[in-house]
Design a protein around this ligand. Structure first.
Ligand code: CU
Length: 381
């Protein structure tokens, strides 16, 4: 028994020593900030100092007690002390001071974070399982009206086509986004389905997207570069893959990029324009976020890649082998998790596509395969 206690004490000391060494040697320290919110670092460091103090003290104290009060002889008895008012008060006060020191400064920063300066121009971030889309104002400088009830396969962000401010809005479906350096933006956050959290570590910004609400904060990018957008709220099995990029660039670069991005009006026009099925399917695949999880160039992806998928034999988790044809793809898109291909997880959301859109996507997948004539092959003996 005595030895067991000493082993545990030793393990606790080792955990403390290893943690401190790991902290000093690890390369994962705060990155250089890329926005005006560098002051948030002071708060992160204060939190780290306070929590490390408690972590080190408590663990070493337990290790000390295990050693100091170890079992020595059977005559020894522990003293029963049901209450110690003095100690309780001291611990309560001490903990209160520690927790207040961690939380209170954040209230001031948070208040600045949501108090938007006048010169800020609006941008919108829309989250859905599992991709990020963005909306920028058009020439009028305002974002048009949107409503969740207007969301459908042809209007993925639910903009109001009756509102003239919405028609010139620029839609960047399934990222990446560009923003000009040193220009203040107010970010509006919307979610199409569940809770997500918009997080760009270098900008030090992080905020929840709450279905049914529009949340908002502001920031000014202070240096150019390309930064990862992460989802910081567990939002389902594809959460880890919910990523995007924001590139901060010179105002000139930004303007020439902006000019190449589609407006809501253009999206509406495109739908009335006559594209062939393969082109329609390709556009849909981009707009609906299919390409976030399915590669088209043969590279590894979250879901089965589309290059040469059509006509292939796929082995399902049930052991059954199926031929990838129109019927299989239809089922795989509308009721995704009924047949899972070996090596992949059942994480795809069912896509709200009508029959015409379904045919177009399948035509696009077919066009990516050199076995796209498989169905005709069957008919010709
Ligand atoms: Cu998410």
């Amino acid at each position: 028994m005595t030895n067991k206690h000493m082993e545990i004490a030793l393990v606790l000391v080792l955990i403390v020593v290893a943690t401190v060494i790991f902290h000093w040697l690890s390369p994962w320290w705060l990155t250089e900030p890329a926005s005006n919110w560098g002051e948030i670092d002071a708060m992160l460091i204060a939190t780290l100092v306070i929590t490390s103090f408690f972590f080190i003290t408590i663990n070493l104290f337990i290790a000390y007690c295990l050693w100091r009060f170890r079992h020595k002889s059977d005559d020894q008895r522990a003293a029963f002390q049901p209450e110690n008012k003095k100690l309780e008060w001291a611990l309560t006060l001490f903990t209160t001071v520690g927790i207040s020191a961690m939380l209170a400064p954040g209230l001031w920063v948070y208040s600045d974070f949501v108090t938007v300066p006048k010169e800020a121009s609006p941008i919108e971030v829309v989250g859905q399982q599992w991709q990020w889309s963005y909306r920028l104002p058009g020439k009028d400088g305002q974002l048009g009206k949107s409503d969740i009830s207007l969301i459908n396969a042809k209007n993925p962000l639910g903009l109001d086509s009756q509102d003239k401010h919405a028609l010139d809005d620029i839609l960047i479906l399934n990222g990446p986004l560009m923003l000009p350096v040193h220009e203040t933006v107010q970010v509006f956050l919307r979610s199409k389905d569940v809770l997500h959290d918009f997080y760009v570590p270098e900008f030090r910004v992080k905020m929840d997207l709450v279905p049914g609400l529009v949340s908002s904060f502001w920031f000014t990018p202070t240096r150019t570069g390309s930064f990862d957008v992460l989802c910081a709220e567990l939002c389902g099995v594809g959460h880890y893959n919910m990523r995007s990029k924001i590139t901060i660039t010179s105002p000139d670069n930004y303007q020439s990029w902006l000019a190449t991005q589609p407006t809501f009006q253009r999206l509406l026009n495109q739908q009335s324009r006559s594209l062939n099925q393969v082109e329609q399917g390709k556009e849909l695949a981009q707009q609906q976020g299919c390409l976030a999880c399915h590669s088209v160039d043969g590279s590894a992806s979250v879901g089965p890649g589309w290059l040469n998928l059509y006509g292939k034999q796929e082995e399902l988790t049930t052991g059954e082998v199926v031929q990838v044809d129109d019927d299989y793809l239809k089922r795989a898109i509308t009721a995704p998790n009924t047949q899972i291909v070996t090596g992949f997880a059942a994480i795809m959301p069912a896509m709200p596509l009508d029959e015409k859109q379904l045919t177009a996507i399948i035509a696009y997948i077919k066009s990516l395969s050199d076995k796209s004539d498989i169905q005709q092959d069957k008919e010709v003996p």
